[in-house]
Structures are given as C-alpha cells and as structure tokens.
Design a binder for this molecule. Structure first.
Ligand SMILES: [Zn+2]
Length: 190
C-alpha cells in the first residue's frame, strides 16, 4: 500500500465531476487500500479519490457513528439521498467542517442531518445505509468531492470570503499543489 500526496484546492481534478468506476478489479482494490492508508496517515474522516489526483467516483471514510455502520469503509459509485438542509445560519462552533484539500482550516456549513447512501465496495458488492449527524455530514462532504465540489464552494458569503482570503494567502487555487500525510506536519494539528 502507498500513501499518496493530497492535492490542494485549485487542482483541476478536485473541481470537475469524477468518472464512474466500470471495472471492479485489483487496480480498484489497490486504489481503495491506498486511500485508506492515506486517510489514516492524514488523520482524515474521509478521503475521495480526486483528493489523491484520481478522477473516479470512490471515497473512503473512517468515522465512529451511531448508525450501526462499520467505522471504516468505502463507497464506489455512490448515490446519495439527503434530508432537508436547514436555512438557519451555520453554527461556527458546532458545524465547522474541514477538508484535507483545504488544509488547516474549518468553516461552518449547514448540512442535512440525515442521508441514505448506497453504492458498492471494491468487489462490486452492494452497500446501503442511513447516516445521521456528523456521519451524515461526512457522507455529504465526500460525495460532493465526486461532483467536483469543495465545501468551501458551498459556504455562506461571509465564510466564503474568509475561505477565499486564506486560499489567496497560501497561494492556493492553482494546479500542482499538494501535501504529504505522515511527512508534512499535520495541517489540523492532530
Ligand atoms: Zn474534503
């Protein structure tokens, strides 16, 4: 297994729709194993294939949950049904989200409290479950990656401006930037 560099906001693969997986083969299973290893090294809650530069509809997660779902898993070619997203202002303390491709920052974002997700594992076996709370948030965040959307793209104006400012400060928003889990300092201080 191989730990891969995590690409940063601005890399085109993060900003376009990822392709469906068509072959459930060893290559896919190696990708999944590498993604788990990379996510673990990055202390991530989830990692989508585009975040390691691979434009395929695959994500892994590692999150304890109250939904009776395995705390670590993969979704290939997922479909997502979400509950309603509240129109209230996001809570900066309780709803602050982060992303390995926007390293070191958290910005609050409203998400649905409930989702149903279905997809496949690396062998093409069907997976389906419901998720609530932070686990539901994780599913929405990772799913968005497969559609080329980062959470910073969905922020309300005030936080979107902040996120743009930090991106500019770091020189992000251009292709070719990445960081290496387990080598570079943990951007979230874990
Ligand atoms: Zn992310």
């Amino acid at each position: 297994m191989t730990i891969h560099p995590v690409v940063i906001q601005g890399n085109p693969v993060l900003h376009r729709r990822a392709a469906e997986v068509t072959d459930f083969n060893d290559e896919l299973r190696t990708l999944i194993a590498d993604m788990h290893e990379t996510n673990t090294a990055a202390n991530g809650a989830g990692l989508a294939a585009p975040q390691i530069g691979i434009g395929l509809r695959v994500f892994v997660y590692a999150m304890d949950n109250e939904d009776g779902v395995a705390p670590q898993g993969v979704l290939v070619n997922p479909s997502l049904v979400t509950g309603k997203v509240s129109g209230n202002s996001p809570d900066p303390d309780d709803e602050a989200e982060g992303c390995l491709s926007v390293p070191g920052y958290h910005f609050p974002l409203k998400r649905a409290e409930w989702v149903r997700i279905s997809g496949y594992d690396g062998f093409g076996e069907k997976i389906e479950f419901e998720a609530t709370g932070w686990f539901a948030r994780c599913m929405q965040h990772e799913y968005d990656h497969l559609d080329g959307k980062l959470y910073v793209d969905k922020l309300v104006d005030r936080y979107k401006r902040k996120a743009r400012r930090v991106a500019k400060e770091h020189g992000w928003g251009v292709p070719g930037l990445s960081w290496m889990p387990g080598v570079d300092p943990d951007p979230f201080g874990h």
